[in-house]
Write a protein that binds this ligand. Sequence first.
Ligand code: ATP
Length: 550
Amino acid sequence: MNLFRLLLRTSALLLSLAVLAGILSGGCAAGLIALINATLSQNQPSTTTLVSSFVALCLVRLIANFASQVLLIHLSEKAILDLRMLLSRRILASPLRQLEQIGAYRLLAVLTEDIRTISSTVLIIPFFCINIAIVIACLIYLGWLSTTVFVIGVCFLFLGIFSYLIPMMKAMSLLELAREQEDRLFNHFCAITQGTKELKLHRQRRQSFLKEDLCTTALSYRRHNVVGMSVFAAAASWGQILFFIVIGLLLFTLPSLTKIHFTIISAYALTIIYMMSPLEHIMSMLPTVTRALVALKKAESLGLSLPTSSNETYSEKVLSLGQFWQYLELVNVTHTYYQEREETNFILGPINLKFHPGELIFIVGGNGSGKSTLAKLISGLYIPETGEIYLDGKLIDNHNREWYRQQFSVVFSDFYLFERLLGLDNSNLDAQTQNYLVQLQLDHKVKVKDGVLSTTNLSQGQRKRLALLTTYLEDRPIYMFDEWASDQDPVFKEIFYTQLLPELKSRGKSVLVITHDDRYFYIADRIVKLEYGKVKYDKSPALLSISVYE
Ligand SMILES: Nc1ncnc2c1ncn2[C@@H]1O[C@H](COP(=O)(O)OP(=O)(O)OP(=O)(O)O)[C@@H](O)[C@H]1O
């Protein structure tokens, strides 16, 4: 994707109109120069035709210039909006594993810095286009004045562009390096916001982080930027002096080489001087445009793509499973975390498991045995590397995976709590939420109005109860809780295991609970134990004579 394609995709019509208006405006500018030249070379009072042409050209240029700018401003603002929405949609449509591999800090850098850079450039594109139109119109006029001088001039121009392009490429590679450092900077910023407590409590850690990590990266970012921008400044200064060199050659060398009328030389000098201002503008915009190209390249390099027909599709018309489903089956499902810096990769599976409605299943195992990974596979967030998932015998693939995910209500251990109860189509939402707030003993802390929670600034245990409340409201056929009870006090832990879970089960829900609370294992229908990514056993708790952690 380049900037032009971005604008073209936004609205080809607006772009065409704006370019036409820009060309008209540039043409009028060149026409005005030609008229001024003609009047100066006449050496007699101006005719009415010249005056009226001058006024007409001024008027058309005014209108065309204004129209072109307004159209391009509309276009660029729409392009920014579309880009923001497109990138956000692309992120949400990408497989979770891909997003995990990219890392939140890189996504954040694209969504904030890159979009800001692209936005600021897209906003100057109108002026960029108009200036280019003026330069082109002036060149056409120069060609019309004298083909010989024009050919010599264009040769110089190409020489100049070439000598300008070489440092520009160098500058671009430096800006790309700076952009890489920016990713690392964002990673450090995430450490500052998420690790504030740890950094505040340990002076040496904080100083070492600030000096060795943050400052080193920030310095490297600055160095690449300073050198890159200096190269741009050198190229721009060279570009400016190049025009004077061309004028010098025209004035001092050309008349001795070939027979050329002085009026043509003066017209050339005047036009080149007129062209200098738009050209200087173009050159001063080039660093910004280059940064935007680097930012666009970066956004593209994440490899995020919107779902196409071969990817995931979803139809709103397909209803929820409700209670009328038979089984969910995993057949030889595997997932591998490829870890560059470690000698061995973690492989989960092959997993063969079957779940039914009205079943309460505990998934247990030591730390790192693969429980959360299994939860992501079961819920369709990870796509199995090998093996298949069937729901009532129907294979889950790219065509129905989005629908399949809508059958799950999950509270992950690293859950996110939205302040607004989003996407819940329920006319009685506030009353129902209030009932659950009472049931979860949160009514004294949180109120709900028009589907908005009064606060989410609560203790971790209370926040988890709010997350649980959201899953109740979703009312989906399959529930999963990843170490939900680990932050609950003993009283509420007891309520969770002995009241809430059995109640979900009695409502025909299939409930999968990742837990370490072995004193409540007796309430489960089955205990699935994982060890080093494999199912060690899948048994009724009555058949377990020893602790699952032995
Ligand atoms: N995002 C990730 N990237 C790479 N490897 C990962 C990632 N998440 C987990 N792993 C690897 O997968 C293994 C299983 O992790 P998982 O989170 O599924 O374990 P778990 O059983 O839920 O552990 P815990 O009880 O500590 O929550 C880990 O040992 C780790 O090596």
